[in-house]
Each structure stands twice: as structure tokens, then as C-alpha cells.
Ligand binder design. Structure first.
Ligand SMILES: Cc1cc2nc3c(=O)[nH]c(=O)nc-3n(C[C@H](O)[C@H](O)[C@H](O)COP(=O)(O)OP(=O)(O)OC[C@H]3O[C@@H](n4cnc5c(N)ncnc54)[C@H](O)[C@@H]3O)c2cc1C
Length: 480
């Protein structure tokens, strides 16, 4: 392998075909790339190009010129060395479940699909660690860990891969207790734009050694390097579970209860706030008979049912103190699963309720104290605009998801939705928050980067040009 690859420094004389100086693939490139991987792992078939042209967002699809399925880091390194030398764009691909166009190959070129690099390389139970390849779906990792009593905590759902989670710094409903992906990564092997392979981090559970390159790659959306292996942190599966669904007369009351629950040291594993529109959908699809009001879903993990029963009782008292109307509780794993099923399926319920629409999922995060303000503002926006919109959020993290359904092809409506997006993000920034709590910048949030980061954005650009001087890695993302 690799005998076809021209030596570094062999200059590329062809005319640059892109305003960024990037090239399209020519016949020779394709022959060389097919020589690096087996020909059956290189495709220019229409369906493969289509499948890798869109994620789960409303952003316009854009096809790559070819899709490659690497099987090991050496192949990735050789591909990158060649692509860098010939200024060919390369976009890494996990499951394509992003919500901001993060993996859409907007400049064409190659997509590297990691579904064949999906092995668990090592599980070290006694260290609470596993070494994994980037294409591994995190639910598959957790299935393999179950009989060992361990799990990898971040839970974005949607069949995300470890590589995609690292690149987007994904999180989910359990972040309040276990942190986001960045808190659960100890070591990375990364192929850089020019094909060099580096290791960063160690297998120690903590370190103060040097610059923290791991957290430069986490959240970089495949624009700085390609993750080919990760050491992830594992935690013990709790002995017992409990959950409660609590309704409130207002979002403000629910917001105060969130604050009091956290302050009391009760340590919830999730604390999710759903608006009445979400509850209506849930009542339509599931038999929970919930009052159509702002509703908190909370979950606790603990060592015994007695302990969790006490925690639920304290939660009830706190919520009653804030004027809660109803309190449904469940003790044990089955009851927790029953109560949380509705929360976990909410995304799909929204899609099913508006099959003729496209959806945008706003994803701002603010300090917890400012959470009622951002909800109030988003609600006013919804009332003014009048389109279907659902607010649900990881309230414990101050992370608001505001899913708006807009008619396909209705440009006027989408222009209005975009204005709402702009105003909600501006409000979040003015409250000391961020344009994206967990979905990443991708295409959709680029325009807010300057407002959020100011001069910091210039340093991000310098870092990008140091790691990827030709700009071949996932071009068109993050930067305005
Ligand atoms: C219904 C639904 C619910 C969701 N809920 C949540 C949620 O609760 N929390 C949350 O955080 N997200 C959520 N998401 C968004 C999405 O699932 C996450 O962002 C996820 O981490 C994306 O993983 P993926 O494997 O699909 O990556 P992809 O979408 O394929 O790629 C994501 C990014 O990672 C890059 N990438 C992929 N592999 C590598 C690699 N090996 N090295 C470097 N870069 C790489 C890509 O280029 C791209 O920029 C949800 C999505 C859907 C559709």
C-alpha cells in the first residue's frame, strides 16, 4: 500500500478549482486513492454520494466527489498525505446525525466514512477505561459494557459515533451529573492534515502536563485533525434508578425549582424542562395523562431504593415550595424507563407531528440563573410568529432546545424562522451564554462566531491555519 503516493514536496501543477485554492478530484487522484484502500472501499456511486451529502439538519445537501471507508490509521494517514499534497478537501463522517450541517462536504472532495473503524480495542475495567475506534456507535459500546457493570455516560441519542461525539463535543440528558464528551475523553490518536499521526493525553485519570491538545480537538468538528482512536472514561452503572415528572403553573416556578434542586445537593442525573406544547404531543402518543403545563422530568441514580425514595421525597418538598401542581414518581429501573420514554422519544414525536415540514433545532445555552429569561423570550417569539415550535431543554445545564417546524419550500416562512433564530441567539449571548450548547457550529452557527468570541476568533483561525495550512479539513465549517 502507498506505493502510488507521490513523495511530499512533489508540487501539484494543476489549476486550483475553488476560491479557497482547493482542487476537485481527477482520474489520477482516484486511481491513487483506490490503491491506498481496496477499490471496493472507494465509491463514486450516486446513492453513496447522496447518503453522505446531508445530515439531520435543514441545511442544503452537498455531495462529496467520492466516499472512502478506511479500515485503519495507516490508511487514513496515507489518504491525508495525498489529499494535503494535492489540496483535496476531506470531511470525516460518523453517522451523519448532526443538526447544524457539521459533516456536509460543502466543498466536495472526499468523505472518510468511519463505519468500518468501529472496534472496541481494549476494555480496562480496573482503570474504568476503554480504547475504541472512532466509528463505534456509543450505544454499541454501552451494550458491550453492560455485563461488566460499566457505561460511557454522554448520551446524545440518534446513533452517534464516538468520533462524531468527540468532534461535536456532544452531550445529552445526563450531562448535569456526568459531564459532556469532553469530560470523558482521556487520550486521542489523531491524524493531522499532512498525514502525521500524533498521540495526545495519557491513561492517567488526571494530568497537568503541558498544553491540553485533547480539548483542542474535542469540539473542532473535524477541522483540525481526524480522530483514529480514543481512550474513553467509563463509570459504574448505578445500582438503582428513580424518576419523577412534576408539573408547574409557570416556567418561572419550574426554573426556581431547578435551581433549588441543584442547590440542595440532591445530584440529579437529569433535569429536563418541557413546555406545554411538548406535553400535548406526549399525551397524544403515550398514555401518561400529563397536565398540559410546564413540566420537569428528573432522574436520580443511587445505591438503594430507600435512599432514592428519600431523595424523591425531598424533591417533592422542594417543588411544592415552588408551587408545583402534580408529582408522579417511579422507583427502580423499569419505572424510570417508563417515565422517561416520552422524553427520549420527543424528537421523533415532533418530526412525526409535522411530516411536511423541515425543522430547525435552536440550541442556545445560558447561565442557569438566566434560564427563565431565555425561555420567556423564546416563548414571546413563538407567540408573535405563530409557527409550530416546541421548547424542551436540559434545564440543569441552562441548555434550551427550541425546535421550529417550517413548511418545506416556503422561503418567506424560513426567512422569519431565521430571524427568530438570530434574535434568540443574540439574547443568549447578551445573557452571557453561547450560540450552541451541544450541536456545534457547523454551517448554521458560523455567523454568530464573531459576536460570541470577538478577538478569540482570530486565535482560532491562527490555530486552524497552523494545523491545516491548506484548509483541506472539513472546509466551510465553524468560521464565518
Ligand atoms: C434526534 C436527534 C437527537 C439529538 N440529540 C442530541 C443531544 O441530545 N445532544 C447532542 O449533543 N447532540 C444531539 N444530536 C446531534 C448529534 O447526534 C450529535 O452531534 C452527534 O455527536 C453526531 O455524531 P455522528 O456520529 O452522527 O457525527 P457526524 O454527524 O457524522 O459528524 C459530526 C462531526 O464530526 C466530524 N467527525 C466525524 N468523525 C470524525 C473523526 N473520526 N475525527 C474527526 N472528526 C470527525 C464530522 O466531520 C462532523 O463535523 C441529536 C441528533 C438527532 C438527529
Amino acid at each position: 500500500m502507498g506505493s502510488h503516493v507521490t513523495a511530499q514536496g512533489d508540487s501539484d501543477s494543476r489549476k486550483k478549482e475553488d476560491i479557497l485554492g482547493l482542487n476537485r478530484l481527477n482520474e489520477r487522484d482516484m486511481d491513487v486513492l483506490k490503491g491506498i484502500v481496496a477499490p471496493e472501499r472507494f465509491s463514486r456511486g450516486e446513492s453513496n454520494l447522496d447518503l453522505h451529502s446531508r445530515d439531520q439538519s435543514k441545511h442544503e445537501p452537498s455531495r462529496p466527489e467520492a466516499v472512502i471507508w478506511p479500515e485503519n490509521r495507516e490508511e487514513v494517514s496515507e489518504i491525508m498525505r495525498y489529499a494535503n499534497e494535492h489540496a483535496i478537501p476531506v470531511t470525516p463522517w460518523g453517522s451523519g446525525s448532526s443538526l447544524e450541517g457539521n459533516p456536509i462536504p460543502v466543498r466536495g472532495g472526499l468523505v472518510l466514512d468511519f463505519s468500518r473503524m468501529n472496534r472496541i480495542l481494549d476494555i480496562r475495567e480496573e482503570d474504568f477505561q476503554a480504547d475504541v475506534e472512532p466509528g463505534l456507535v456509543y450505544q454499541d459500546l454501552n451494550s458491550s459494557l453492560r455485563h461488566k457493570g460499566l457505561f460511557f455516560p454522554p448520551d446524545p441519542g440518534a446513533g452517534a459515533t464516538i468520533g462524531g461525539m468527540i468532534a461535536n463535543n456532544a452531550s445529552g440528558t445526563r450531562t448535569i451529573r456526568y459531564g459532556s464528551t469532553k469530560d470523558n475523553i482521556l487520550r486521542l490518536s489523531v491524524v493531522l492534515a499532512d498525514g502525521e499521526i500524533i498521540e495526545t493525553g495519557t491513561r492517567a485519570s488526571k494530568t497537568s502536563s503541558g498544553y491540553d491538545l485533547i480539548h483542542l480537538f474535542v469540539g473542532s468538528e473535524g477541522t483540525l485533525g481526524i480522530v483514529v482512536e480514543a481512550t474513553v472514561r467509563l463509570v459504574g452503572i448505578p445500582a438503582e434508578f428513580s424518576a419523577a415528572i412534576i408539573t408547574f403553573p409557570s416556567v418561572e416556578a419550574a426554573g426556581r425549582a431547578v435551581f433549588e434542586i441543584i442547590r440542595s445537593g440532591l445530584d440529579p442525573a437529569s433535569l429536563e424542562l418541557l413546555d406545554p406544547e411538548c406535553i400535548e404531543l406526549i399525551n397524544r402518543e403515550q398514555d401518561l395523562g400529563l397536565e398540559v403545563m410546564p413540566t420537569l422530568f428528573t432522574e436520580y441514580h443511587g445505591t438503594s431504593l430507600n435512599q432514592l425514595a428519600e431523595v424523591l421525597e425531598m424533591t417533592r418538598e422542594i417543588c411544592q415550595g415552588q408551587g408545583s401542581n402534580a408529582f408522579r414518581k417511579g422507583l427502580g429501573r423499569e419505572e424510570r424507563d417508563r417515565l422517561f420514554k416520552a422524553r427520549h422519544e420527543l424528537g421523533e414525536m415532533i418530526f412525526r407531528a409535522h411530516p411536511d415540514c423541515r425543522h430547525i433545532s435552536l440550541d442556545v445555552a445560558v447561565p442557569v440563573s438566566a434560564y427563565p429569561d431565555i425561555i420567556e423570550m423564546a416563548r414571546e417569539e413563538r407567540e408573535k410568529a405563530g409557527f409550530p415550535a416546541y421548547m424542551f431543554s436540559h434545564a440543569g445545564d441552562g441548555n434550551l432546545h427550541f425546535v421550529i417546524a417550517g413548511k418545506r419550500g416556503d422561503e418567506e416562512e424560513w426567512a422569519l424562522i431565521e430571524q427568530v433564530n438570530q434574535r434568540v441567539v443574540s439574547k443568549a449571548l447578551s445573557l452571557g451564554g453561547t450560540a450552541t450548547g451541544e450541536h456545534g457550529v457547523g454551517i448554521g452557527k458560523r455567523k454568530f462566531m464573531e459576536a460570541e468570541h470577538g478577538k478569540g476568533l482570530e486565535w482560532m483561525k491562527k490555530i486552524k491555519s497552523m494545523f491545516d495550512p491548506k484548509g483541506i479539513l472539513n472546509p466551510g465549517k465553524i468560521f464565518p
